[in-house]
Design a protein around this ligand. Sequence first.
Ligand SMILES: *Cc1c(COP(=O)(O)O)cnc(C)c1O
Length: 405
Amino acid sequence: MIPFSPPRIDDKTINEVIDALKSGWITTGPKTKLFEENLAKFLNTDNVVCLNSATAGLQLILNYLGIKKGDEVIVPAYTYCASANVIIHSGAKPVMVDVNKDDFNINIQKVKQAITSKTKAIIAVDIGGMPIDYDKLDKLVSSPEIINLFSPDSKIQEKLSRIAIIADSAHSIGAIYKGKRTGNQADFTSFSFHAVKNLTTAEGGAVCFNLGSKFDTNKIKQEFKTNSLHGQTKDAFSKNQVGAWHYDIVKAGFKCNMTDLQAAIGLVELERYDQTLKKRKYIFDKYTAAFNKKEWAISPIYETSEKTSSYHLYLLRIKNTSESQRNKIIAEISKHNIAVNVHYIPLAMLSFYKNNGYNINDYPQTYKNYECEISLPVFYDLEDFQVDLVINTVIKCVEQELEIK
Ligand SMILES: *Cc1c(COP(=O)(O)O)cnc(C)c1O
């Protein structure tokens, strides 16, 4: 059996978790603090706050911006539901936008058409680990025409005085855009350390801020930490010190702090993350070398002069293939005990969003990318012979379905 993306768990990971368990401190504490610091170094920023998921990060960001009922937030039609569900929870309306043909990221020309006076933020997703064109999006929201449309409705929105750019970088930790790692481009960035992601803490996430000198980032970091712990002025670790029992609640906050058990895994993952990225690139390159020989294959773009992906998802597309043919190909591949996936079923094809009036016909490129897409296994422990087996099996199953001799 070849799994799709199991986490890399070895003695190093296990021992670090045991160390946390034996320390007597298992929730947010020294390991979370250290992981946060190491993450900041890796990303080359001072502005990181660790949380228990990327979803929680997006939620705190929307909450910080004061986004509420009556507002609109733009999101790609092609993403995981988390990017849009958080907008629903804020009370605002997700406005879906179609994606590009060449990669799977939001189409910035279409973003422009979707902006109204109600638009408060754009959640852009670095699908598969490939960064979106941040400068282009920044230029769009900073253009006089779009700034004129903007009508701020909270102190933070007034201070920002334009539509906020939020990066859902759940896939793209370690990816590079114009010489800088993701986390340094958008106003706010949310990373995921979920078990299937490139760098895991089982469940986990982190937010980064890049708000310029008008904002006091240290203060914002503290606000996010407080808001991740019920609005409590003291975290459990500080409050647990002898005599430090007193605390206050300054707002009805959320509860989404990272634990030291999670951070223990993250510390080991991060320490060897360069190695992880190298291995993932190696697998991507092997897939691409093989599929580029096939007329029917569209390999994903993961390196350009301006961008380097984090090699999260290998999104293979098969030319002139319908959804039902693609499904048959996957069924055949599965018979060979190889786990492949589809990223993603478009939001407008899921019951909740369909029932709320979204229609896949409004996002034709999203559907085109979806109907012929198969994501292939990529993980650190994937061996050469397994990569070859995936390649040969995919080729065989595709050519059989498409009747290519
Ligand atoms: C995984 C994922 C998320 C959610 O991450 P969690 O850490 O599980 O909350 C958000 N957006 C995208 C695109 C994802 O793939």
